[in-house]
Every structure is written in structure tokens, then in C-alpha cells.
Design a protein around this ligand. Structure first.
Ligand code: SAH
Length: 353
């Protein structure tokens, strides 16, 4: 159970809750819009700053709702402009989220669960399993906390659901949060610039296809055949790579958005020319982008980042086969904020004496 204190979370409240609350007090409906404008556009941190609401109403809102349920317990900044927040949830669980700066892009990498149950062998997020799903309010709260780190002339441009957790294992709260991220009365980030990254859960992918095929979908593939994928992505043993690709194809048909396949490159595990050849034939004929991510080291794990020569060989095979391929630039590794480095750390409690 999620302990949130006894008040409802304002960011979690669906429109009916706030509208009903306003109605009870004889307040006009545009008050809800005003609140949203302060939160999402004007980046305020407290209800008392919402100065076009009557003071009494602000006090009542503060009495009946929690605006924030997380605490920032650590804020790290890297020299490449990446910033990472460690947030403690109301029940003590901890999550991380990241702001990335690249040219004019301001991307935020958001967590969907405390930990992760997928068990990908090279990723820090699942090392201790999953504790629970995040609520939509907690997902939105990460976005706002990261937005507060921006300078006044900076704007959030992209959201990637690539933090801790498997977003498709917590689909409804993720979609509720993304609805507000993409709405013109929310963060106003176009759905094209919002990426849901999944390990590939076909049933949930089909649900996404039916309900909200407007986001950019990225599928974490990491291996071109079941034998290897079963080892690297244990959930694959129950799914199989072909069902993942078939579900991705259905999403593409519904969305018309080019798919991305992600592939973490692990030295001497999945980086050989024959892997590249198999990958090219597996994905042949699809208007897909292959995003190759050279492994980011995770302390305690036995994997290695491939050599430049191995990366180059891998790339050449795929390019010869006509694949559109992009290498993800490593960012934030100075502060363990790069892909796969977010984990369920518990902040050290300093004990006196
Ligand atoms: N569960 C989702 C969302 C997490 S996204 C998913 O699997 O897609 C995290 C992305 O970072 C995935 O593509 C993942 O495979 C990649 N990743 C995980 N560990 C990594 C590591 N150590 N180095 C580089 N990329 C990694």
C-alpha cells in the first residue's frame, strides 16, 4: 500500500476530484485551470504562490491536498549539463530521475517503478527487484521537480520513460501522467517527443496500441535471437523475440510513428559481426531506427564496454544492410545517471557517534 499521508495528492487527483472539490465550495471551474497553469507553466513550488487565487481558497487547498509527496534527498550535477535527483517517496522508497541537456534539447528521464522486475542482467535498476509501482502523481512529480532545475529561459522538450522500472508493467499510471505531460494545459510536450521504452511485453504493447498510439515507442531488444535474449533479458523466456517484434509492428501500424529498437552493446557478448547480421535480417523491411548503446558500467556486474574497433565493425555490418542506426551518446555517467545506471539506492542514514 502507498502511504501518502491522509490527504490526496494534488498532482494525482483526476480532474473530477478537483472539479468536485471546487464545486462544493461554489468556486468557478476556471480555478482548476489556474492551478494547472501555476504548476505546469509558471513552475511554482507552493500553493501560496498562486496569487490569482483567493487567499482563502489557497489555504483550503493546502489544508485538503498535498502538493508534493516526495523529498529531494540528493541533487547531483555533471559537467556535461546532466542533473540527477534522488527522491524519497512518502513510504520511504527511493527513485531517481534525470535531466539531460543536449543543444537546445532538454530531456527528462523518468522512472515508472521503485526498482524493476525484468531482471535484465546488465542493468542496475533491477538488481534488487521491484518494490512497487509509482502512482501517476509520483510520475508527474518527477517531471515537475526536474522542470524546477531549469533556468527561466529553458523549456522541457522531451520526456523519455527510460528511468527505473518497466513502464508497460505500470501502464495506466504512466498513461495518466503522460496525458498531462502532453496536454496543452499540462506541460505541453508534443506526444512525438515522448518516448515509452519497453523491454517488450506484447499484451501491454497491444493495449497501448489500442488506447494511446500517439507516443514514440522504443523496444529494448539487446539480442537478435531467443537463445541470447533469454540470457540477457530473462523475461524473454516467457515471451520470445518474434512476439515482441510482431507487437511492435502492430503499434507502428496504429501510430504511424517510426519504431526505435534499443540494443545495449556488451563486449564479446552481443557485439560480434554475426549478431549484427542476424539483427539486420530480423528487422529487415521495417522503417525502424536502431539505437545502439555501448554498455555503461555498473559496479559489480561482469560486463564490459566494447572497444571502438568492435563498435565500428558492428556499425559497418548494419549500415551495409541498410539499417538506420544511431549511437547513443553517453551522458551523465560522471554521476551514475547514464542509461542503466539508475538504481534503488537508499540514502545513507548518518548516525551520530
Ligand atoms: N524497462 C524499460 C525502460 C528502462 S529504459 C526498457 O527496458 O526499455 C533503460 C534503457 O537503458 C534500456 O534500453 C536499457 O536496455 C538500457 N540500459 C540498461 N542498462 C544499461 C547499461 N548498463 N548500459 C547501457 N544501457 C543500459
Amino acid at each position: 500500500m502507498v502511504e501518502q499521508g491522509n490527504k490526496p495528492h494534488l498532482l494525482q487527483s483526476d480532474p473530477e476530484t478537483l472539479n468536485g472539490w471546487l464545486q462544493q465550495r461554489g468556486q468557478p471551474m476556471f480555478r482548476a485551470r489556474q492551478v494547472k497553469k501555476w504548476l505546469f507553466e509558471k513552475r511554482v513550488t507552493g500553493l501560496h504562490e498562486m496569487t490569482d487565487l483567493p487567499r482563502k481558497l489557497r489555504d483550503e487547498l493546502a489544508a485538503d491536498f498535498d502538493l508534493w509527496t516526495t523529498q529531494v534527498v540528493r541533487h547531483q550535477q555533471a559537467s556535461d549539463g546532466t542533473e540527477k535527483l534522488l527522491l524519497r517517496l512518502a513510504d520511504g522508497g527511493c527513485i531517481e530521475c534525470v535531466l539531460l541537456r543536449d543543444g537546445i534539447r532538454r530531456s527528462i528521464c523518468i522512472s515508472s517503478q521503485v526498482g524493476c522486475a525484468m531482471g535484465c542482467v546488465f542493468c542496475a535498476s533491477g538488481l534488487d527487484g521491484v518494490e512497487r509501482n509509482l502512482t501517476s502523481g509520483e510520475i508527474l512529480e518527477q517531471m515537475l521537480r526536474l522542470q524546477h532545475l531549469l533556468e527561466p529561459d529553458e523549456r522541457l522538450s522531451h520526456v523519455v520513460m527510460m528511468g527505473m522500472g518497466e513502464p508497460l508493467a505500470n501502464l495506466n499510471p504512466v498513461l495518466a501522467a503522460l496525458e498531462l505531460a502532453s496536454s496543452s494545459t499540462g506541460l505541453g510536450i508534443s506526444a512525438r517527443r515522448i518516448t515509452i521504452s519497453t523491454v517488450g511485453l506484447p499484451e501491454a504493447m497491444d493495449r497501448l496500441t489500442r488506447t494511446a498510439p500517439r507516443y514514440h515507442l522504443a523496444v529494448s531488444l539487446h539480442a537478435p535471437n531467443d537463445a541470447l535474449r533469454d540470457q540477457l533479458v530473462p523475461i524473454n523466456r516467457r515471451v520470445g523475440v518474434h512476439r515482441v517484434i510482431a507487437a511492435a509492428d502492430r503499434y507502428f501500424e496504429a501510430s504511424g510513428r517510426r519504431l526505435t529498437f534499443e540494443y545495449v552493446l556488451l563486449a564479446e557478448v552481443n557485439d560480434r559481426p554475426e549478431h549484427a547480421e542476424q539483427l539486420a535480417s530480423l528487422l529487415r523491411g521495417r522503417p525502424a531506427l536502431l539505437n545502439v548503446i555501448p554498455y555503461n558500467p555498473v559496479p559489480g556486474l561482469p560486463y564490459r564496454t566494447p572497444s571502438t574497433a568492435a563498435v565500428q565493425r558492428f556499425r559497418e555490418v548494419l549500415e551495409r544492410a541498410g539499417m538506420v542506426i544511431k549511437f547513443r551518446q553517453r551522458k551523465g555517467d560522471q554521476i551514475a545517471a547514464a542509461c542503466g545506471q539508475l538504481r534503488r539506492v537508499t540514502p545513507r542514514v548518518e548516525t551520530a557517534g
